[in-house]
Write a protein that binds this ligand. Structure first.
Ligand SMILES: NC(=O)c1ccc[n+]([C@@H]2O[C@H](COP(=O)([O-])OP(=O)(O)OC[C@H]3O[C@@H](n4cnc5c(N)ncnc54)[C@H](O)[C@@H]3O)[C@@H](O)[C@H]2O)c1
Ligand SMILES: [Zn+2]
Length: 367
């Protein structure tokens, strides 16, 4: 018998910069040109962002003399699917884009997730640049390298880890967002304060409402600190073996709420309710303090986020739905729970804490 070892133990530097500023969209093509990232570019965006910023960005690429195609798909989560991915790939293939090309994902989380996944598998992987244009995308989906599409069996079930080459956040692009969209992202921002940074939580208590009047200093600080926190967590645990789980605060129950509402309750609102319910569990288990929990509830309310399940909601189905979630382990429901504002509880070296069904049911059925 002969044995040959294929030695693949290598270290790869996948570090990237997140650049935040006002009006920086224009600078992207020249930056990429200077770094010689690729020979041709596909700006992938959705139908709404294409007319808001896509055409403009394409012009800038052309001005920089870069071979670039603008490819868009219809806006909306319902288009974050395998058909859209195939369609985008076919467009790129038709344009004879090769391994020396790169993708620029311009838009919200839907665009980032699909375009990221396209670039992860196109020609076995090409670089991609994230240009997030929603608060959710700026503070969450553009960082961390999770890319995916939805299937009829569930959300984000087909995807891969593919880190962006760089992230450009142009605060100016957020001006065209509806208040409702901004609020969605702020739920994640508040989550960052709870899981990692009490000082940031205090900043939010004082300043969060200024975001709605587009105070660019406040907005820049909020986005910068959120990116730092997500970046730090991902840096330490890229593949979610333990620490990265803390990003799921509010999400175990939140996902079940989204799912049961047939996605009529949006993600930010669902995780807001999820953070409150999971916070109550932390109180009940003696892990967290009531005064801090009350501060979380006040901040969520101040931001215009829901803190209670709607009346029509069938709470009894939440536990069954949670059991089907990716975050369940061996049928046991796991959650991450706060122990202080800025720090999450660890039990036996793990942030994923198993929750007894009896306790869960009691909390979910209490008002
Ligand atoms: N990969 C990750 O780690 C991660 C993390 C969080 C969320 N996500 C994913 O992100 C998605 C949600 O992202 P989203 O909330 O950004 O949704 P989205 O991408 O659907 O954007 C929401 C709406 O805003 C529009 N829009 C985008 N930018 C705009 C702008 N500047 N002005 C006006 N309108 C604009 C879009 O066309 C869309 O209609 C979900 O699919 C979710 O699964 C992924
Ligand atoms: Zn989330």
């Amino acid at each position: 018998m002969e044995k040959i070892k294929v030695n693949l133990k290598k270290t790869e530097d996948k570090s990237y910069e997140i650049i935040i500023g006002e009006g920086i969209l224009k600078q992207i093509p020249l930056d990429l040109k200077k770094e010689n990232l690729a020979h041709s570019y596909a700006i992938i965006t959705d139908s709404k962002v294409a007319s808001l910023y896509g055409e403009e960005l394409l012009e800038e690429f052309k001005r920089a003399d870069l071979k670039t195609h603008l490819i868009s798909f219809p806006a909306g989560e319902e288009h974050k699917n395998r058909e859209t991915k195939t369609g985008l790939e076919d467009e790129m293939l038709k344009r004879k884009m090769g391994r020396d090309s790169a993708v620029v994902a311009l838009g919200g989380g839907v665009v980032g997730d699909v375009a990221g996944f396209v670039s992860a598998t196109y020609n076995r992987g090409i670089p991609f640049v994230q240009v997030p244009t929603t608060v959710v995308a700026c503070v969450d989906s553009s960082i961390g390298g999770k890319t995916a599409v939805d299937t009829p069996h569930g959300k984000n079930l087909i995807g891969s880890f593919h880190q962006p080459w760089r992230v450009y956040i142009d605060i100016e692009t957020l001006r065209t967002l509806a208040e409702k969209e901004i609020r969605e992202g702020l739920a994640e921002v508040i989550k960052y304060g709870v899981i990692k940074d009490e000082t940031f939580f205090e900043f939010l208590e004082k300043n969060i409402t200024h975001v709605f009047s587009f105070d660019s200093d406040v907005l820049t600080h909020i986005i910068k600190r959120s990116c730092q926190i997500k970046g730090e967590v991902v840096e330490l645990d890229e593949m979610e073996s333990n620490l990265r789980k803390i990003l799921n605060f509010g999400h175990t129950i939140g996902h079940a709420i989204e799912n049961l509402s047939d996605y009529k309750i949006f993600h930010g609102q669902a995780i807001s309710m999820g953070m409150v319910a999971e916070g109550k569990i932390a109180l009940e288990m003696g892990l967290w303090k009531k005064v801090e929990f009350d501060r979380l509830v006040s901040l969520l309310k101040k931001t215009g986020l829901h803190t209670k399940f709607p009346d029509y909601f069938d709470v009894s189905l939440i536990i069954d739905t949670m059991k089907l979630d990716k975050k369940t382990r061996g049928g046991k429901i796991e959650m991450v729970l706060p122990k202080n504002l800025g720090a999450m509880a660890e039990i036996d070296g793990s942030y994923g804490i198993k929750i007894e069904e009896g306790l869960l049911s009691r909390i979910l059925n209490s008002d």
